[in-house]
Design a protein around this ligand. Structure first.
Ligand SMILES: NC(=O)c1ccc[n+]([C@@H]2O[C@H](COP(=O)([O-])OP(=O)(O)OC[C@H]3O[C@@H](n4cnc5c(N)ncnc54)[C@H](OP(=O)(O)O)[C@@H]3O)[C@@H](O)[C@H]2O)c1
Length: 329
């Protein structure tokens, strides 16, 4: 994709940074975030982009709630990607739950209102959702056609997130919601796993039988480009590698890729105590997520990293060994 205007709302986080690296070569990028940033930030962050391309990436401040001055940035955009939302990696207190929900729904309302102000609205709006919308599945994989949604707070968030997205009337803008699986890259979810490895705790979590749906960061970026390039595609897509694995196999592949010979398991009771101490929820590791990307596969999308082993090998090339081992530099 070249010489396109791409807006990334909530683009300052883990996935946003990957999209900036991916689309930053040869496109005009506008990153909507709640803090004011300047070009100096760009240069520090994206050293692998050419100087000319860095000048084509701009940060613009928004509040994630109301269509303010930033709304003019959406004029004539080719692609709007919305990633905004409070991280779910926290204790589910009432206040946090409210913010997790509101930040996603409000961002959608604000973007919908901004699109309606445009003379030439964005051609495509891709919104993040999560593969956690599906039920705890230990029997068979869940896809967009026959998958069943689950229950509980995180599922409710996904449902309202998608409902608010589809509820925004934007007749001239194609729409796609991405039910993204746990995304693997140099940062994000792998950081706590690296810490577990350092303490020789890189064994299975819980029973180890719960399924783990994941996607390599490059496949997520390519999937967004693919949907952009295929005008006939819209609606809801699972963005998960076609081969989810049991948690036990996920941890075995991670140990192999990082050179750890063994790792102690973390039983459910340990996770419950540990999660309380580090301020997160055990659901994030104990839920069985078994999701497959039927719609992308049917449309002809080919995953660069369909299997977990090569995905880890690729990501770890860019991670200094000292992050996951006391002894390696
Ligand atoms: N990473 C994954 O494995 C994964 C998997 C499935 C779905 N997702 C979803 O995909 C999206 C992006 O994921 P990510 O890993 O890049 O998340 P992230 O690193 O937490 O980034 C999310 C961004 O949302 C913005 N944000 C936070 N609180 C906000 C609020 N109250 N109002 C408006 N904006 C707010 C932040 O930008 P500012 O602080 O600059 O405003 C932040 O950079 C999230 O919605 C996440 O739930 C992620």
């Amino acid at each position: 994709m070249h010489n396109r205007k791409i807006i990334i709302a909530g683009g300052t986080g883990f996935i946003g940074q990957e999209l900036i690296k991916f689309f930053g070569n040869g496109n005009d990028l506008v990153i909507l975030g709640r803090q004011a940033k300047n070009q100096a930030n760009n240069r520090n962050h994206y050293s692998d982009l050419a100087a000319d391309d860095l000048l084509r990436t701009r940060y613009v401040q928004w509040d994630g709630k109301t269509a303010g001055a930033w709304a003019a940035e959406l004029e004539r955009a080719d692609l709007l990607v919305n990633l905004a939302g409070k991280s779910v990696n926290c204790r589910y207190t009432e206040a946090n739950k409210q913010e997790i929900m509101d930040s996603r729904v409000n961002a959608n309302h604000a973007l919908g209102a901004a699109i309606r102000l445009c003379k030439k609205p964005p051609a495509l709006w891709i919104n993040s959702s999560s593969a956690t919308i599906y039920r705890h599945a230990t029997d068979h994989a869940q896809d967009e056609f026959t998958g069943e949604t689950g229950e509980g707070f995180s599922v409710d968030v996904c449902k309202q997130w998608e409902a608010s997205f589809y509820g925004e009337s934007t007749p001239a803008t194609r729409k796609a919601a991405l039910r993204i699986a746990i995304t693997l890259g140099e940062g994000g979810v792998l950081i706590p796993y690296f810490n577990l490895l350092k303490f020789k705790m890189g064994g299975a979590q819980g029973s180890g039988k719960q399924m783990y749906s994941w996607v390599h960061k490059d496949d997520l970026c390519h999937a967004i480009g693919f949907i952009h390039d295929h005008n006939e595609l819209d609606g809801t897509f699972n963005v998960a590698a076609p081969n989810p694995v049991p948690n036990r196999d996920f941890m075995t592949a991670l140990r192999k890729a990082t050179g750890h010979v063994f790792g102690l398991p973390a039983y459910s009771w340990m996770l419950k105590a540990g999660a309380w101490m580090i301020g997160t929820e055990t659901e994030l590791v104990l839920k069985s997520r078994c999701v497959i990307p039927s719609r992308l596969l049917q449309a002809g999308f080919s995953f660069r990293f369909p299997y977990i082993g090569p995905a880890f090998e690729d990501i770890l090339k860019a991670v200094p060994a000292k992050q996951y081992s006391w002894f390696k530099r």
